[in-house]
Design a protein around this ligand. Sequence first.
Ligand code: FNR
Length: 368
Amino acid sequence: NKPTLDQCYNLLDFEAVAKRVMKKTAWAYYSSGADDEITLRDNHSAFHRIWFRPRVLVDVEKIDMSTTMLGTKTSIPFYVTATALGKLGHPEGEVILTKGAAKHNVIQMIPTLASCSFDEIVDAKAGDQVQWLQLYVNKNREITKRIVQHAEKRGCKALFITVDAPQLGRREKDMRSKFDDNGSNVQSTSGESMDRSQGAARAISSFIDPSLSWKDIPWFQSITKMKIVLKGVQRVEDVVRACEAGVDGVVLSNHGGRQLDTAPSGIEILAATMPILRQRGLDKKLEIFVDGGIRRASDIVKALCLGAKGVGIGRPFLYAMSSYGLPGVERAMQLLRDEMEMNMRLIGAPTVADLDESMVDTRAVALH
Ligand code: FNR
C-alpha cells in the first residue's frame, strides 16, 4: 500500500512515504535533528513568516529560471547539498543523486562521508555536469590536502568547507537506534575505527578537527584553485569576516538542525545579513547560499528575493531516493521545477534577476 510515485505531489509527500517504508535506523539518521529539534522544526516554519508581495501585469509568458552559481550556469537555483551515508537509504547510494541531478542539470555537492567512493560519484556524472566537494577537515592535514587536490583534479568546481560541526550534535533519535554500518565505507575516509554506541553520526565523525579556525583559510586558498565556500555560517559578523578572508561564498545554514539546537534558520540569517552587507558595499563580494527546510519552490523564491544566489536541499532528495530510487529523485526535482515556474509567473518575475527584496514582506521575520 505504498503510494505510487505519481501520487507524490510535493516534496513533503516523499517524507511521509519515507517514514513508512525506510528502515528504522536509516530513517532515524536522516530525519533527526539535534537535542529538542527546535531548530530542525523552525528551518521550514521560518519560511512561513515571509509573505510575498506579487507584481501583476508583468509579461510572464516565458519563464527562465536558469542562473549561475559560483561561475557555472545551472538550470534552476537549487543544488543537491551534501548528506552523508547515502547507502543507508538506497543500496546504490549517492550515485542515484548524481544521476537525478544530471537529468535536470542540477549541481550536486559530494559529501566527504559519502557511502559511495568519491571516484564512483564523479564517474557517475554525465558530460559536463557540475559537482562540488563538501569537506570535513581532518586533523591530519595531509589527508585533507590529498582529498582536496584529488577533487580538483577530478573536475570539482568548488570546495565547501563545513564550519558548523567541530563536534557532531547530539541527535538522540539516531543515538537510540542501533547503527549497524550497513553499506557504509566511510572508514576509508576517516581512517579511524568507529564507536557505534553513539549512533551513526558520531560513529563516523571522530576525525573532524575541532581546532579549525579562520587562521586556516589561507592554507586552503594555497592548496587549491577551486572556489572556496564556508558552509554553516550563522551570523552576519562571520559573513563579513568571510568577505575579509577572501572566500568566494558562504552557506547560511545550521546543518539541517543537526548541530546547535536553537540556532537560527538560514533564511532568517539571510534577512538580517543582506541589508548590512549592502550598507557596507559587500553584497557583491561573495555569493550567499542558504539551506535548511526548503521544501517548496516558494521557499527558493523567497531566498532569492532576499539576495541568495541559490539554495541547498538535503533530506527531500534522500527521502525520494530511499522510497523510489532514481525515478523518485527525478520526480522530486521535476516537481520543484514545475512549482518554480508557477511561482515565478505568479509573483511577476520572468527571470531570476527579476526577483528582488520588494517582492517579500519580512516584517514577521526575527532578525537575529
Ligand atoms: C546532512 N548535512 C551534512 N552537511 C555536511 O556539511 N556534511 C555532511 O556530511 C552532512 N550530512 C548530512 C546527513 C544528513 C542525513 C542530513 C539530513 C544532513 C547537512 C546538509 O548539508 C544540509 O545543511 C541540510 O540537510 C539542509 O537541510 P534540509 O534540506 O535537510 O532541511
